[in-house]
Design a protein around this ligand. Sequence first.
Ligand SMILES: Nc1ncnc2c1ncn2[C@@H]1O[C@H](COP(=O)(O)OP(=O)(O)O)[C@@H](O)[C@H]1O
Ligand SMILES: [Mg+2]
Length: 333
Amino acid sequence: MSFLKVKDLSVFFKRNTNDTQKAFAYKKDIQVVNTVSFEIEPSQIFGIVGESGCGKSITAYSLMGILPNNAYSEGEIIFNGQNLTTLSGEQRRKLRGNQISMVFQEPMTSLNPVFTIGYQIAEVLMTHKGFNKGKAMTKAVELLNAVKIPSPELRVKDYPHQLSGGMRQRVMIAMAIACTPAILIADEPTTALDVTIQSQILKLIDKIKKDMGMSILLITHDLGIVYENTDRVCVMYAGRFLETAKTIELFKNPRHPYTIGLLKSLPVNKNIPLSPIPGIVPRPDNLPEGCKFSNRCLFALEACKEQEPDLMPVSDEHYVRCIRAGEHLWKMA
Ligand SMILES: Nc1ncnc2c1ncn2[C@@H]1O[C@H](COP(=O)(O)OP(=O)(O)O)[C@@H](O)[C@H]1O
Ligand SMILES: [Mg+2]
């Protein structure tokens, strides 16, 4: 059984036709997520990795039902047998924070500066569980303890600015897990934090998964984080999945040149110079023909620039979108 099954999810932004672009109004909407499919199993940490701008957050927002007003999605998001895309706004609001919740990259901007952290956690419980304020505040202290905030009975009265970045992220996690959701989406939860705090937060997320049995979607631009923390991973580029596999398999046997490029830009040993992927991520309204990575790919052939390949199986549960996937390019890189 899978908790969450995403089928051919696409997300588009409407073009703004009120400005000088009016002349281009005939152009199609801008697609930033392109028919992605995946399944998250119970108690699994599932990773999505890719450079900035490839569509990771927008994928997460569509799962949460919080896309910006000028965006819309296509495809299915099936959670516990129910297609979420057919639900009303009110029904989705009920699921949010309760069954599916999310931790964002910037813990400061998602906390309200004028309320104590205790109150903000309590509010989640009052809204979704109908707790009275006293019971919710008691539970807030327990949650602060669960996310390892020292002296929780004192810190519960703190305002967000009184906490460090790492502590604020712990508070965000406490809010996200308050109603024991089935799925926690963590979107670059440690990107704003320094390295030692990063690993503490990731350990905490892993512990929560084990203690509460929830499934976690961990979004990151950092393959190192994927390696240490996920069970399965999708490598995303220009709104598409280019490679998906069990994490161990992806690192043992990377097949897509983009994955290989990301691996080569990992700082494994300070004596080996890093080799970043040349070029920059193309804008979604200006993607190359054929394979979307072909203009940066060290292994591209003429055929790559003509037709975009499908995501094809190379072995059990390992899929790659590259016509050269069978050539073991990793060994030549
Ligand atoms: N509100 C928006 N309006 C128009 N385009 C947007 C908006 N938000 C994001 N995008 C575009 O959608 C693409 C994917 O963005 P995002 O999912 O945030 O990337 P990631 O999280 O992987 O860095 C980017 O090209 C970005 O510019
Ligand atoms: Mg993002």
